[in-house]
Write a protein that binds this ligand. Sequence first.
Ligand code: SAM
Length: 254
Amino acid sequence: MGAMPTPIDELVALLDAHDVKPDATRLRARTYELLAITPDAVMADVGCGTGRAVAEMAALGAHAIGVDLNERMLATAHDRFAEGDFRLGDAAALPFRDGELRGYRADKVLHALPEPERAVAEAWRVLAPGGRAVLCGQDWDTFVVDSAHPELTRAIVHARADRVATPRAARRYRNLLLGAGFRDAAVEVHTTVLTGADALPVLAKLVEACRAGGDVTDAEAGAWLADQRERAADDRAFLAFPIFIASATRPPSP
Ligand SMILES: C[S@@+](CC[C@H](N)C(=O)[O-])C[C@H]1O[C@@H](n2cnc3c(N)ncnc32)[C@H](O)[C@@H]1O
């Protein structure tokens, strides 16, 4: 029997499955546009995970640097993109000098931080005047699921959200940027829709986290998932959630 997958292995598998989808590829491309990448501009992807965005930003001409707090993630990033510049670091204490960067990107990261405002203040510190910050991610309290058990669905969605450090960080992105002193803040929303077999692994993970944490009983989780399995087998599973992308510019210091 092989070793049990660790939570990091599971996160890597989930990201790998998600990141190759056309919607996810389009969203990343949109974040690069909003960063306004220019040749050799130094740009950080904070919470870089397996390094896909670092490789893509480098391919667009940036000097892209990935930062992550997790050594296993960084090792995976190094294995996949040997020429990439990856550094161990915390979003709230980045390994950069004041004003060193032209671009700052954090994708699916701020919800994991208990105080996302500290990360955004750090983005401000490391960006040069005129530098761009782009935040991207889903709001964990806004999953829309078609289910035969709508009240249980509501309980599951909220309980899962409450297991995230800052579940509603994404709806705060614009205000976080403004609060840190950024200007020209803009927000766009892109809805991800997963149906049929694509939705099932995400829904299974959602309910399993609630079952393991005691938010729902084994019987409730079983009934809920059985409904979703039936739907997926018949191409009737439906999950939608908004992805927010906020962008802003660091103005010149007064
Ligand atoms: C959901 S993954 C997203 C990875 C990548 N941005 C992507 O979109 O595929 C979140 C990443 O943020 C990292 N992370 C979490 N807290 C962090 C922190 N305080 N500082 C830096 N990275 C952090 C995790 O290790 C993980 O790699």
